[in-house]
Design a protein around this ligand. Structure first.
Ligand SMILES: NC(=O)c1ccc[n+]([C@@H]2O[C@H](COP(=O)([O-])OP(=O)(O)OC[C@H]3O[C@@H](n4cnc5c(N)ncnc54)[C@H](O)[C@@H]3O)[C@@H](O)[C@H]2O)c1
Length: 348
């Protein structure tokens, strides 16, 4: 019989990926299912958690501009929620003391590169100091597993080939540097205190509920209103795209399969120039390419991301959603939830 996982504390559970993970844990991620209604996942982890009680899933989120509990409306009442800043050591200690989580899955972060270029303060605070607070508490309250959701951006960019988990960390943006700093801190806790931590480095995510400051929802939102769609430089930068429920599923998979102290890349292998992604969305929406407006490049813009994900694949994980169907589902979701999209875009 599979060993049951125990009480889980999820930070950043009201965010884009964290909420997909919470919905997956609670068995309510409808976007896991294809149009035919068949589960598209070879390694659906729902069975572990579906019938567990509310008290076993604790979500901690500060609800910054990026956090929104509407992402969790389908599972309302089935998790315990604390509105808390992970940098607030006292409050976080009270939570750990009361909840005694066995597993900590750490998504909470400032996550937008452009904002970090404008001002890195909150990035260092949350992504580095906040992570250190969680590491100390996980150590002192003896969590069985600390799982950091890092990013492929810690490796910097690569012109040809792919990054493996042993590639050096060469972050280029303040965001990526703050995530790399957190990764190094975690490695030090593994070595010094034997903390059973795992670092997961996903590639770019897309899917339902993504805040419209990131490329794909920005394009959808603006195109729906027939507004110009801004694209950095000539749009030739390459990103690797992973559907958000595949990312959530991969993280859950690794909670069971990963070895403590190890790093795992989590990529789809689907790499594409930004301009092609933008044109594809316009095509799905039936909008003309003349909406595209090339704008001044992002400072220090990473050229190409590419992950070698053979380590997680050798353990048996496979992505379930192709880019073709994922992007269609994402566009459809945003059309259906246009009020949410426009509401968020107005604040962005
Ligand atoms: N989105 C991507 O493409 C992507 C790719 C790779 C890795 N990641 C990583 O995955 C994680 C989740 O990314 P996302 O896109 O869901 O981010 P997001 O910005 O959508 O969500 C972040 C969440 O963290 C919360 N938060 C921020 N600061 C906090 C604090 N001090 N205390 C408590 N909560 C706080 C926010 O309220 C929000 O709910 C991040 O760690 C990010 O670095 C994201």
């Amino acid at each position: 019989m599979r060993k049951k996982l125990s009480k889980i504390l999820v930070t950043g559970g009201a965010g884009f990926i964290g909420s997909a993970f919470v919905r997956l844990l609670l068995g309510k991620d409808t976007s896991l299912f294809t149009n035919a209604g068949t589960p598209s996942y070879p390694n659906d982890g729902c069975s572990i958690f579906c019938r567990k009680s509310v008290s076993e899933l604790v979500v901690v989120d500060k609800l910054t501009y990026a956090g929104d509990l509407r992402r969790l409306k389908e599972v309302k009442g089935r998790y315990k929620f604390y509105r808390a800043d992970i940098c607030d050591g006292r409050f976080m200690e009270a939570i750990f003391k009361k909840e005694r989580p066995d597993i900590v899955v750490h998504f909470a972060a400032e996550s937008h590169v452009d904002r970090s270029i404008h001002d890195a303060t909150a990035f260092i605070q949350t992504n580095v100091i906040g992570t250190q607070v969680l590491l100390d508490l996980s150590r002192r309250y003896e969590a069985e597993r600390f799982c950091h959701v890092s990013t492929d951006e810690v490796y910097g960019d690569i012109v040809k080939g792919s990054f493996s988990e042993s590639s050096p960390l060469k972050p280029n943006s303040p965001y990526a540097a703050s995530k790399a700093a957190a990764d190094l801190l975690i490695k030090s806790y593994v070595r010094t205190y034997n903390l059973p931590a795992v670092i997961i480095r996903p590639c770019n995510n897309y899917g339902p509920w993504q805040y419209p400051e990131k490329l794909i929802p920005v394009v959808i939102n603006r195109a729906l209103q027939n507004k110009k769609v801004p694209v950095y430089a000539k749009g030739l930068n390459v990103r690797e795209w992973l559907y958000v429920s595949d990312c959530a599923n991969g993280i859950l998979f690794l909670l069971e399969k990963a070895r403590a102290g190890e790093v795992y890349n989590l990529g789809s292998g689907h790499r594409q120039e930004n301009i092609d992604v933008v044109k594809r969305i316009l095509n799905i929406l039936g909008k003309p390419d003349i909406l595209i407006e090339f704008v001044k490049d992002r400072l220090g813009h990473d050229w190409r991301y590419s992950l070698d994900s053979s380590k997680v694949k050798n353990l048996g994980w496979r992505q379930g959603v192709s880019f073709a169907s994922g992007i269609k589902m994402t566009v459809d979701w945003n059309i259906k939830n246009r009020n949410w999209l426009m509401d968020k875009a107005a604040q962005a």
